[in-house]
Design a protein. Structure first.
Length: 343
């Protein structure tokens, strides 16, 4: 099959997306497909350039600077991506973009208008999942427990008094529409709150303040309508931050997690409920915190989860009996079966 992989882009998760996309491209070639890589920021990537990027490694300890991303955004070819020959000629486009326009429904809407079939969720579901405020409302409506929260912004930030009264401390402060824990802080006392809100507001005009749920970090991959084995993340830092996610040795991931059959089954059930509540397609990752009493709180849904060498979804697939090449091939087959290719 003739495929294209969209990777890179201009979000704060650019480096992670490049690593994911390069790995996906090789896996799909191993499965027998013809693959072209396309970066919305700069266009088609030649095979020699792919090889050089793999050899050099693309994920650093911190995300790209906002200045670097702004410069790339000014030169971005995103608006015309639906007209690029590599995209128009592909039977399926594999979206390996993370965050920003690649995961918030923008790219999906452009591809819909161009009549191009692509992997993952559609433009509406992608937008809902990216907006943490809206997704949490839908989770609760579907019977999926999620931690209490309130919304704020840089122009009129919530006061420490308001947060103390509504949520108590500690809290998690994060951009409402961002991923990879970029701009996220754990605030343990009132004096830390203004700085945390200002940091999150650098990445989004809406900031979420969420009650911190102490306990274990769990994740469930859903592919199609099937929940994969539950995984547990044990980071070296207090939270599973950017460095822990993408630096080898900074976190221990266990698939399957050491849980009772009852808790594992409940996590899988809730993950599928969350997947359906947002009307997701293809593959997504649903993240949870579990308290000492075994209560599960849904954190968020990731509609374009990382596929790097340290990412969680490939480990879940391996625990489910699929090698990485077969897993990527299955995602392509799901997209082909939906026959998405226009509004």
């Amino acid at each position: 099959m003739k495929l294209a992989v969209l990777l890179g882009g201009t979000s704060s998760e650019r480096d992670v997306s490049l690593a994911s996309g390069l790995r996906i491209a090789q896996a799909l070639r191993d499965a027998g497909h013809t693959v072209t890589c396309v970066d919305p920021a700069c266009g088609e990537i030649a095979r020699a350039q792919e090889d050089a990027m793999r050899a050099a490694g693309v994920v650093k300890r911190e995300p790209p600077t906002r200045e670097a991303l702004r410069a790339m955004t000014e030169q971005s070819r995103l608006a015309t991506i639906g007209t690029m020959p590599a995209i128009r000629g592909a039977e399926v486009v594999f979206i390996a973009l993370h965050g920003g326009a690649g995961e918030d429904g923008t790219v999906q809407a452009i591809l819909d208008l161009a009549g191009v079939t692509y992997t993952g969720s559609g433009h509406l579901a992608s937008a809902l999942a990216m907006d943490k405020d809206l997704s949490k409302r839908l989770f609760r409506d579907a019977g999926v427990t999620t931690a209490d929260w309130l919304m704020t912004g840089a122009d009129s930030p919530a006061s420490a008094h308001d947060v103390e009264r509504a949520l108590g401390f500690p809290v998690v402060v994060k951009p409402s529409k961002e991923g990879s824990t970029v701009g996220l802080s754990v605030v343990k006392e009132a004096a830390q709150l203004p700085k945390a809100i200002a940091e999150a507001a650098l990445y989004d005009d809406e900031v979420m303040i969420e009650r911190f749920v102490p306990g274990r970090e769990l994740t469930v991959g859903v592919v199609g309508d099937h929940a994969m084995p539950v995984g547990e993340i044990i980071p070296k830092h207090e939270i599973y931050d950017y460095e822990c996610k993408y630096t080898p040795g900074m976190a221990v991931e266990e698939f399957p997690a050491r849980l009772s059959k009852e808790i594992s089954a409940e996590a899988q059930r809730l993950a599928v409920l969350a997947f359906r509540a947002l009307k997701l397609d293809g593959c997504a990752r649903i993240d949870f915190r579990m308290t000492a009493e075994g209560r599960l709180f849904c954190l968020e849904a990731n509609t374009s989860p990382g596929m790097t060498g340290t990412s969680l979804i490939p480990q879940a697939a391996a625990a489910d009996g699929m090698d990485f090449s077969s897993f990527c091939d299955r995602i392509v087959a799901l997209a082909k079966a939906t026959r998405r290719g226009g509004l």
